[in-house]
Ligand binder design. Structure first.
Ligand code: SF4
Ligand code: SF4
Ligand code: FES
Length: 261
């Protein structure tokens, strides 16, 4: 990441300002276009505050009236993943992207692997569909008190806690060269979630169904081991370790099927 210091910020009318460009799109399927903006600088501001600046005063840097930029956010503390976008060429969360640390003009684009809804807002539905394919949940009967759940060793808890921090943000699939419509690849996040739920003492009852899904079209075989995913994951989830582990589990599962055990 390139650092921009105070001296590199623009000045208009005596006040410090921040310049940024947004790749906009009015609706799903329409042609994208670029607009440049300039908003007053405030110490510690993040990329979301820039977009809020345009919301308050929807004008381009040239003073032309325009519509406010559309984006998505919720938690504002890098937990929900909804504010993910491409900032200066790098996929990341906009709530934790601090303006002082970014080279200007800051360039904002929607993630390219998902359908654009409008401007910087995309639909991450394909990721949720991938989670459905690998049954990334634990089926329980919630109609009566099941009592205390089964125990899990502290060693396994240590691994599963990290895996459970996935916020389905999309960074890993955005960076993956093999995640596209042609391959139909489910992506590193879904593979890692299959590992998480197969490690759970109750979730392991459906382990074979998850392994079967990973052996299906667009499953684990579509991973080319480029390792981009692990480098961009904001939660530092050991994605390549998960992929290797689930690769071994699918081989063992196939052997078990062949030998009928
Ligand atoms: S290892 Fe490479 S191909 Fe596999 S999921 Fe990660 S980025 Fe994609
Ligand atoms: S594995 Fe990491 S990069 Fe991928 S969706 Fe989860 S949190 Fe985001
Ligand atoms: S708003 Fe939730 S991660 Fe940024």
């Amino acid at each position: 990441m390139t650092q921009a210091h105070g001296s590199e910020q623009q000045h208009t009318g005596g006040g410090k300002t921040v310049r940024f460009k947004v790749k906009r799109q009015d609706e799903a399927g329409s042609a994208p276009y670029w607009q440049e903006f300039e908003v007053p600088y405030e110490a510690g501001m993040n990329v979301i505050s820039l977009l809020m600046g345009v919301q308050k005063n929807p004008k381009t840097a040239g003073g032309e009236p325009t519509t406010p930029v559309n984006w998505e956010c919720a938690c504002l503390e890098e937990v929900c993943g909804s504010c993910t976008m491409v900032i200066n060429g790098k996929v990341r969360q906009s709530c934790s992207a601090i303006v002082d640390h970014l080279e200007q003009p800051i360039v904002l684009e929607p993630m390219g692997k998902f359908p654009v809804i409008r401007d910087l807002q995309v639909s991450r539905q394909p990721m949720f569909e991938a989670l459905k394919r690998v049954k990334a949940w634990i089926p329980i009967d919630g109609t009566y008190d099941l009592g205390p759940g089964p125990r899990q060793s502290p060693k396994d808890q240590h691994v599963t806690y990290t895996l459970s921090t996935c916020m389905t943000c999309g960074c890993c699939v955005e960076a993956c060269p093999n995640y596209n419509e042609k391959t139909g690849f489910i992506g590193a996040a879904a593979i890692s979630q299959a590992r998480l739920f197969n490690m759970h003492p109750t979730g392991e009852r459906n382990a074979d169904e998850r392994l079967e899904a990973l052996l299906g079209p667009g499953g684990i075989a579509a991973c080319g081991n480029a390792q981009n995913c692990v480098q961009v994951c904001p939660k530092e989830i050991p994605l390549t370790e998960s992929i290797a582990k689930m690769g071994r589990e699918t081989i063992k599962y196939e052997l078990r099927k062949w030998f009928g055990s």
